[in-house]
Design a protein around this ligand. Structure first.
Ligand code: ATP
Length: 496
């Protein structure tokens, strides 16, 4: 298990080009983030494997890409206009705004009367150890009273068309799910699917969170990977209602997906929504929690939304949103199982879990032990001597050939040890070095052996491989998932 702090990850992300603060040169926004050259690759890899595993590789799934701006009645029908709110409180002094349910757990500022008004920052929920007082004032400035809680709608409003009037009011979608529900019948007609089947979508969502924070964990613009899986509630599966059995299957599939791509199972656990926590439309909701540096928090949710959404949209649109059950000769409104994950939270969890600091021959090595499917760069080609044009040319040639199948980078801007460390720090699983032996020395009449060295990131082992076999070797390692030990056993070890 890695126990890295958020500050270390934030700084690595900025330094190496994973994540930048949005609009940083203007002081930043604090609630939105930009993904840099490596971040965009990591993000795309997460989305690509999620889509491949949950859409392409299953017989019961199809995809959709709905627009962000939708008819405003969608949000009335879904309940978002009336219920998508958080209780907020304002500080009467500094005017800062907090989520009412979070003010009590935040670290708080206290001017302690027992120590002549000295200023202290006290851990959330704890009393001052000098005067025993508990927080009643603003946790941030420590001076202002907080207002009574008021409901605050988290949807961003905007206007569709050239006139800013109420009739043109709509919203940036706060979730991708509704785009799927309103297209249920379109997809059904176009694909002739039978229940059970699911529709997946990856896309941006926007929430005007009162207290965004913890880096990319909670931002105002983020991306979701959502599935709405439609089940006939009259069917039975494994001796119980089919929706309940499918719900458990999806929980297990989602959990094992995250651990398959690198999350330590000890850092992942399930949380069952009980009592008031359970949304009014949900029969059962289970969150997948990850042990983030700030504690256990939601990575994704898997809800049984029943027939709530389809019924609401049928009611508001006047269109029937049912499926005809040929066997029972009846129209049914399917129940919906919704696995809903955030791309940004997944990316943060994968980064945190991959991070290691190791000692190698007295030096500190930082390494991101990404699963090779997630690694932004798969192969780095590094010339051992950049003064030799034949080595440089061979390196460029290799990069061009390999990058057609796996993102490959060429770097000759430092000595080899440094280059390896740089690639370790961004999680590149394999480095290929081209050296004097590869190309030979025409002046001395020495022919090259046409072989290069492959170095593996985690073991740091090196093997000598003929250039002609490189694509075959990387095909086994990166496409077929053959373990390094098995591939390496077929080649001579190179000097470390
Ligand atoms: P939370 O309780 O943390 O606000 P939620 O229960 O409102 O989350 P859902 O509506 O279930 O979240 O959204 C599904 C997923 O979308 C979440 O599990 C999370 O991964 C992601 N997500 C939701 N809100 C945000 C946000 N503000 N920033 C980043 N990701 C988010």
């Amino acid at each position: 298990m890695s126990a890295v702090s958020m500050d270390v990850i934030v700084s690595l992300c900025k330094r190496r080009g994973f994540v930048f603060q949005s609009s940083e040169i203007y002081g930043g926004t604090g609630s939105c983030w930009d993904y840099g050259p490596l971040g965009v690759e990591l993000r795309n890899n997460i989305k690509r494997i999620w889509w491949r595993d949950f859409v392409h590789q299953r017989d019961d799934m199809v995809g959709l890409d709905a627009s962000i701006l939708m008819h405003p009645t969608v949000w009335k029908a879904s309940g978002h206009v009336d219920n998508f709110t958080d209780p907020m409180v304002d500080c009467r002094e500094c005017k800062r705004r907090f989520r009412a349910d979070q003010a009590g757990t935040m670290d708080w500022t206290h001017y302690c009367p027992a120590t002549k008004g000295n200023k202290f920052t006290i851990k959330g929920g704890e009393p001052c150890k000098h005067c025993g007082a508990r927080r009643t004032l603003c946790p941030e400035c420590g001076k202002g009273e907080l207002t009574a809680p008021r409901q605050f709608n988290l949807m961003f409003k905007t206007f569709m068309g050239p006139v800013e009037e109420d009739a043109a009011l709509t919203y940036l979608r706060p979730e991708t799910a509704q785009g799927i529900f309103v297209n249920f019948d379109n997809v059904l007609q176009a694909t002739r699917r039978k229940l059970p089947f699911g529709i997946a979508q990856i896309g941006k969502a926007f929430r005007n969170e009162i207290t965004p924070g913890n880096f990319i964990f909670r931002s105002r613009e983020f991306e979701q990977m959502e599935i709405e899986f439609f089940v006939n509630p009259h069917d039975r599966l494994e001796g119980r209602p089919a929706d309940e059995a499918w719900h458990d299957r999806w929980i297990a599939d989602c959990q094992s997906w995250f651990t398959r791509y690198g999350l330590d199972p000890a850092n992942v656990k399930l949380h069952e929504h009980l009592g008031d926590e359970l949304a009014h439309y949900s029969k059962r909701t289970v969150d997948l929690l990850y042990r983030f540096p700030m504690g256990w928090n939601e990575l994704m949710g898997i809800a049984n939304r029943t027939d709530f959404d389809l019924k609401q949209h049928a009611k508001f649109s006047g269109k029937s949103l049912t499926w005809f059950d040929e066997e029972r000769k009846e129209h049914v409104v399917p129940f919906v199982i919704e696995p809903s994950a955030g791309v940004d939270r997944a990316l943060l969890a994968f980064l945190l879990d991959a991070y290691r600091e190791e000692e190698v021959r007295g030096d500190k090595r930082v390494v991101l032990r990404f699963h090779s499917e997630l690694a932004p760069i798969k192969i780095a080609v590094l010339p051992l001597l950049k003064k030799r044009p034949e080595i440089v040319a061979a390196g460029h040639d290799l990069r061009h050939r390999l990058t057609r199948r796996w993102l490959t980078l060429y770097d000759d801007t430092a000595a080899i040890g440094r280059l390896y460390r740089r690639q370790d720090e961004v999680g590149t699983p394999y480095c290929v070095t081209v050296d004097v032996k590869t190309v030979g020395d025409p002046e001395k009449g020495e022919a090259g052996d046409g072989k290069v060295t492959i170095r593996e990131r985690d073991t740091m082992q090196q093997i000598r491989v003929p250039i002609a076999e490189l694509e075959h070797v990387f095909g086994r390692l990166l496409d077929a998932g053959t373990p390094w030990s098995e591939v390496a056993a077929g080649y001579p070890r190179a000097e470390g």
